[in-house]
Design a protein around this ligand. Sequence first.
Ligand SMILES: NC(=O)c1ccc[n+]([C@@H]2O[C@H](COP(=O)([O-])OP(=O)(O)OC[C@H]3O[C@@H](n4cnc5c(N)ncnc54)[C@H](O)[C@@H]3O)[C@@H](O)[C@H]2O)c1
Length: 244
Amino acid sequence: MRVGVFGVLGRMGQEVCRAVTAADDLELVAGVDFGDSREVARAAQVIVDFTHPDAVMDNIAWCLENDLHVVVGTTGFTADRLDQVRRWVAAKPQVGVVIAANYSIGAVLMMHFAKLAAPHFDSVEIVEAHHAGKVDAPSGTARQTAEIVAAARRRAGCEAMPDATTHAEPGARGADIAGVKVHSLRLAGLLASQEVHFTSVGEALVVRDDARDRSSFMPGVLAAVRWAPEHPGLSLGLETVLGL
Ligand SMILES: NC(=O)c1ccc[n+]([C@@H]2O[C@H](COP(=O)([O-])OP(=O)(O)OC[C@H]3O[C@@H](n4cnc5c(N)ncnc54)[C@H](O)[C@@H]3O)[C@@H](O)[C@H]2O)c1
C-alpha cells in the first residue's frame, strides 16, 4: 500500500515515516510539510496527517476530493468539525477516513479496561503524569478516561464516591471531570503516563499505561492505515479500528 505523510517534518510525521519504511506491506511515496504542494501525494493510496489543527480540515477535504483514504492524528476536533467531516464523507462514500485523538494501543486499552472496571468499585481517581513542556492539564486522555468512567458508573446506577473532605488547599483534590478527580503531574524527562485507581473496601485495582516514546503510537497508526481502505466512511477512535 502506498502511503503519503502530511506533516512529514514534524515529530510524529518523522516517526510515521520510519514506521512505514520498516513495514514490508507499506511504501512511503510522498511527504508534505507546511508550504509544500500536496500534488506529490496523489501517488499515495492512504495519507497520514499529523499536522496542526489549523491545517487538518483543509487536508481532509483535499484527500476526499482526490479519493485518497486518510488517517488523521492531528488533534483539536470539535463536534462541529466532526459534523463537517461527516458531510464530506457522505459525498464520497468509497473513501475511508479514520480520526483518532490517541493512536497508542496501550492508552486505548487502558480506557477500555477502565470502562469495564468502573461499575464494580466504590471509588475511582485518575493520576496522569506528563513531560514539563505540556501546556494543558489535565491531558485529553485523562479527561476522556474520566468521562468514560463517569458514564459507565452512571449507567450502572453507582452511588456517589465516598469523600469526607471539607477543608482542602486549592488543587489538593485535583480537577473534577464529570465527577471523577484527576491529578496532573508535570515532570521533566517523562513523556506520558496514566494510572486509573479503583478501590473498594479490601481491594484495589490500578490500570496503568506508560508511553516511553513516540514510537508507541505507530502500531495503532499502521493498523489504521491498513484498516481505512477496507472500511469506507468515517471511523472515530482507535477503539473502532481495534474492534473494542
Ligand atoms: N493522535 C495521536 O495519537 C497523537 C499523538 C501525538 C501528537 N498528536 C497530534 O499530532 C499533531 C502533530 O504533532 P507533532 O508533535 O508531530 O507536531 P509538530 O509541530 O512536531 O509537527 C507538525 C508538522 O506539521 C507541519 N504542518 C503544519 N501545517 C501543515 C500543512 N498545512 N501541511 C503540511 N504540514 C503542515 C509543521 O510544519 C510540522 O512539521 C498535533 O495536533 C498533536 O496534538 C496526536
